[in-house]
Design a protein around this ligand. Sequence first.
Ligand code: GLN
Length: 264
Amino acid sequence: MNAAAALLAAARRIDRFDAEVLLAHLLGTDRMSLLAGPVREVDEAAYEALVGRRAGGEPVAYITGHREFWSLDLAVTPAVLIPRPDSETLIGAAKILRGDHAPATILDLGTGSGALLLAALTEWPRARGLGVDRSLAALAVAAGNAARLGLSGRAVFIESDWGAAVTGRFDLILCNPPYVEADAKLAADVRDFEPAAALFAGADGLDAYRVLVPQLAGLLNPRGGVVLEVGATQAGAVTALAAGFAVTVRRDLAGHERCLVLTR
Ligand code: GLN
């Protein structure tokens, strides 16, 4: 079957964009080259298998094994949350926070795929970073991403429950913790496929903040700052947990309050 016909059939079952990304993945190319390029032959059964997985709710990023974040190509597996464009707000906020003062040391609490830490290390080419996670499977994904991006020399990953196993202080702390309420109605592809430990944080979604926010002062250099992701309605509640810090709220591209910047 040729690619155009295969796409047409797939787009009756799944989102057209997803159908294009999956076909490009199957053909070992990217979506733009696929659409711009000559008509190709497609292994119908192999494509049908990918489309069937998507039709069953599996996120495209887990099917292709990749997701772009801050223009970096990251590997993802079901052991890690799929990096969201919303979280790019944190990197933008960190750049504004630091201005001309590049951080020398960066800590990423709950690093998952490594997205935040690796994006920050590409922004500050002399910085060194520590990424921690409670999940060994996530740490393996993050370390693999660091290696593929040529950042292994500046990134270390260790197993730690938030800051419990971390020693030293940092110029910049990044963190996208789980913050979804236990009974929240998530989209099925998120709820059924992404790691619950990276999403849910108790009845009000604030349990992770209650543990990690009190640790921040002891992990931060005197002139350092923290950039912390929050759920769209949580900025006030998390600010209340951050007693002793000056707090700035930043919005994501959708206009939601997405990130708190904490300084002393
Ligand atoms: N933003 C994610 C979602 O809505 C949640 C990520 C998180 O809990 N840190 O699915």
